[in-house]
Ligand binder design. Structure first.
Ligand code: ADP
Ligand code: ASP
Ligand code: MG
Length: 459
């Protein structure tokens, strides 16, 4: 068994869907389970509809909705005929009927709860998967649509729901195993799930990768394939660095750091279920299905190039905390982290000195409340608009002088916090947001002038 996950651009129109189905047909014998995102732009469009409606712009919301509907119908018409086309049209029109009712409600209410946001956003995956499953059948493959909300059970933390694996894994097996045994190709939605009482939830933006990995772990598949619009995991974000390289193989630990610190190609949680069950993950190019992508596994891959890749993320807030009491007072650190824990705010990078703790967060929704707690026992200073840069590579632990090379390459840049984790496979530091792109490009030039051809391929 394998899981094949297709992202938004891989199902964005008829051409992309047919290419994705071609890749499935080539692995038909491996019992694929398909996990899909919404068509590119659909989730953003749906969330925009919610925003416009509750801000009082019902006409604007209807216009975005009409455009999305037309696109889905047009794609269905290019892929399907007869009964299947009618079914798809009815399904899409039904979805937009619901959406129109929601618009009405939001307009009257003047607010959009996280629960309603999830209800709206879920239509993206529901429509793409319906059209995809019908297209499989149209092409003679036994596609079987599965509603992920029946098997992926989450808590009630709408828009960021946490999947209950103990409940979901048996449900996924019960639902999918019989379909696979009967030779069918299950088609599921990524990103969505439901609460114990059946209310639709989503598991966070970009979450379809994580859905795929959860399904793969539940079934104990041999391979989890993440099909996307780039050749694999690259040496940097291709939107920032023009001449990047594809990495042929990378370890779970390295890829997890990259995903966590901004490499959008993988949702940060994707690898956790795969690591737990030691299932390899492939990142594959749905635009060129013959190419080999990036292979991610537990194995450490030797290379003569000291680093593998550079990740980065903007919009980071640095919180500097100075102890006002005794230096190194017992309990100082735990009180700091309790404040973040209480407001469920994730801390990403931490660095400490004898009198000060600096840490970074990327969600500031609860910052004021956290600051109020911290100020009871510390002086606090906040810096906004920072960017985190994460240089990743197994060789960092064994090659002396890399830190010198990193900071030498950007010697006129004001570097804020610096941190290296215990695994010593990454060096992470903060710079002003406005300088992020330049820093990434300079580091890339420094380390990838002529990378090891055994491991890196020009794109
Ligand atoms: P999908 O819709 O398939 O999930 P995403 O847009 O979420 O695709 O992720 C793929 C995008 O991630 C690429 O188009 C690329 O611009 C971006 N990206 C950022 N960093 C990297 C990286 N290190 N390697 C590959 N892609 C990256
Ligand atoms: N469609 C969702 C999003 O755009 C989930 C995903 O694509 O992974 O965030
Ligand atoms: Mg994605």
């Amino acid at each position: 068994m394998i899981v094949m996950k297709y992202g938004g651009t891989s199902v964005q129109d008829d051409v992309a869907i047919l290419r994705s189905i071609e890749a499935i047909s080539r692995q038909r014998d491996l019992q694929p389970v398909i996990v899909l995102s919404a068509m590119a732009g659909a989730t953003n469009g749906l969330l925009k509809i919610g925003d416009l409606a509750h801000q009082g712009d019902a006409e604007g919301a209807k216009a975005v909705s009409a455009k999305l509907r037309d696109h889905h119908i047009a794609v269905a018409r290019r892929l399907l005929t007869g009964e299947r086309l009618s079914k798809a049209e009815v399904f899409v029109n039904d979805c937009f009927c619901h959406i129109s009712n929601i618009i009405q409600g939001l307009f009257l209410l003047g607010e959009c709860s996280p629960r309603t946001k999830d209800a709206i956003a879920s239509f993206g995956e529901r429509m793409s998967s319906f059209i995809f499953a019908e297209t499989l059948k149209e092409r003679g493959f036994p596609g079987a649509l599965v509603d992920s909300r029946e098997v992926v059970k989450t808590d009630k933390n709408f828009t960021q729901a946490v999947v209950n694996q103990d409940v979901s894994f048996p449900l996924i097996r019960e639902r999918l195993n019989p379909l696979l045994a009967a030779g069918q190709i299950p088609v599921m939605q990524g990103f969505i799930g439901s609460t114990a009482d059946g209310v639709t939830t989503t598991i966070g933006r970009g979450g379809s990768d994580f859905s795929a990995s959860l399904v793969g772990a539940a079934l104990g598949v041999e391979d989890i394939q993440i099909w996307t619009d780039v050749p694999g995991i690259l040496t940097a974000d291709p939107r920032i660095v023009p001449k990047v390289f594809k990495i042929k193989a990378i370890s779970f630990a390295e890829a997890s750091e990259l995903a966590y610190f901004g490499a959008k190609v993988l949702h940060p949680s994707t690898l956790l279920p795969a690591v737990e069950r030691n299932i390899p993950v492939h990142v594959c190019n749905s635009m060129a299905i013959d190419q080999e992508g990036t292979f991610i596994s537990a194995e450490r891959i030797p290379s003569s190039t000291p680093i593998k890749s550079i990740a980065c993320k903007k919009g980071i807030t640095i919180v500097n905390i100075y102890s006002t009491r005794m230096l190194l007072a017992h309990g100082f650190l735990s009180r700091i982290f309790e404040a973040f824990e209480k407001y469920r705010t994730v801390v990403d990078v931490v660095s400490t000195s004898e009198v000060n703790v600096s840490l970074t967060i990327d969600s500031t929704g609860k910052l004021d409340a956290i600051l109020a707690e911290l100020k009871a026992f510390a002086d606090v200073e906040v810096e906004t608009d920072a960017a985190v840069i994460c240089v990743v590579g197994d060789n960092l632990r064994s090659t002396p002088g890399i830190a010198g090379k990193i900071f030498g390459a950007i010697d006129n840049v004001n570097v804020r916090m610096i941190s290296q984790g215990a695994s010593r496979i990454n060096v992470t530091f903060l710079v002003r947001g406005a300088r992020m792109e330049e820093v990434v490009r300079r580091l890339h030039d420094e380390f990838f002038a002529s990378p090891d051809p055994e491991l890196f391929e020009p794109c």
